[in-house]
Design a protein around this ligand. Sequence first.
Ligand code: ADP
Ligand SMILES: Cc1ncc(COP(=O)(O)OP(=O)(O)O)c(N)n1
Length: 514
Amino acid sequence: MSVDGAVAHPSRPRVLSIAGTDPTGGAGVQADLKSFAAHGAYGMAVVTALVAQNTRGVRSTLVPDVAFLRAQLDTVSDDVTVDAVKIGMLATAEVAAAVGAWLTAHRPPFVVLDPVMVATSGDRLLDDDAVAAVRALVALCDVVTPNLPELAVLADEPVATTWPDAVAQAGRLARRTGVTVLVKGGHLHAAGSGPTAVGSPDALVDATSVIDLPGERVATTSTHGTGCSLSAALAALRPARPDWASAAREAKAWLAGAIAAGAALRVGGGHGPVDHFHHAPGLGARAFSDEVAGALADATRDSLAVPFVRRLADGSLPYDAFATQLHQDALYLVEYSRVLARAAQLAPGGVAQEFFARGAHACLAVERSLHESYLARAHVRPTGPASPVTRAYVDHLAAVAAHGSYAEVVAAVLPCYQVYAQVGVALLALAADVEGHPYRDWVATYGTAPFTDHAALAGRLADDAARYVDPSTRARMVAAFATSCRHEVAFFGQVPLDAAAPSLPGARVPVGAR
Ligand SMILES: Nc1ncnc2c1ncn2[C@@H]1O[C@H](COP(=O)(O)OP(=O)(O)O)[C@@H](O)[C@H]1O
Ligand SMILES: Cc1ncc(COP(=O)(O)OP(=O)(O)O)c(N)n1
């Protein structure tokens, strides 16, 4: 009797795998636990057999004393409520009988049996004399998930060579045992059947009905553990799904993605495993801001080396050069505002939407204040269109905004915050050494809060956006960020410096944001 039985609604289904091992993690309990986790279940495992195997084949098997198997099963059920069970490799008749006895005594609500007999490598995983015990176990389960050769053994008939024959055979087994059969078509090609062999169909068959589960066939050798992973997904999903058909459809769709992504894992030289976490590509990936930290540091260093910025730092920058730069800045900000508005439009809502919407508004307010303050004081007030450098930068941003996802737009706008904040902090420290520095207020705007806080928040929003994107979107984010960094450096370097031009009439009006 479990002690946690009073907990009616656990946060996750507690699902038990009773199966053999695969030290390379592709099949057996290792695959089952990954499959449970991939479907949000709390996974547990009782080991029936220790199997020295890899993606190429099985080297040896050790079946512990059956008393130890019983001890493992009782250890679980004495303490934990089991919401669902997946049974895999049983190895011997004794093991199958012990599992059957435990099931009879404890019968969890949902039981799936994958009648494992032979591995993909061709190695046997069940003694010949254990077949009768496995047949007896079928009747104690809800769903049995045979591949075509296993179905033939359970039905005691020849292996079906066409899909309609396989479905019919599954129907006979279901009627004889009263158990639902999830018949799997992965071996159809090996069975050498006709046109129905196209694809990788499965079907959920009971005494009176057939539910087709069609599937595309993936051209891959990464099929080690597909049966284990599918049956484990079925057990993990069923407690939170209304029926077996819903759980089976979801499990099959997930497995198709797992098979397609398996080769990229690069595990082993034989039949590789599937990628159980293909649907969570951001899992374990480092933060986006960490990944682009080098590009940001380079852009900051290169910006600080630009003559315009060096003379901004020591206060010797001619005011007209400063004003020319600010004029381009004002033109840039009008376009940058549109891109921030696009980020707000694409944002998932909440903090991100508000941040970018406010940023879009702030750009226009700053653009106005540049004209009313710094630019009004220039000897020759700069006019004219955006320079080629400014144009190139805003064209890049506009292209990402037009074609990119939210994550890419956030990556593209980020350097404008972060390069300016980092350059601002560095310039402020340098300006502190210059008595009566003419640009201190302007520099302080970017080197202190709230601008530095905004830059940090924009970085966190980019990290959030990057967390669950697919690898190609992530690569486009990195590229968009790096391109914006290059434009930032070019932007600082675009005004030719005329040493003879008069320096400053004291700039004093702070700008709220770039
Ligand atoms: N190449 C493939 N492409 C897509 N699905 C496949 C492929 N091979 C197997 N499957 C699917 O994997 C699951 C396991 O199938 P199967 O190979 O028949 O069983 P087992 O792994 O037990 O031998 C089934 O859902 C089947 O449709
Ligand atoms: C310990 C263990 N159990 C089962 C299998 C067979 O796994 P299956 O999911 O049928 O995958 P294939 O290897 O047949 O694709 C196994 N190899 N080891």
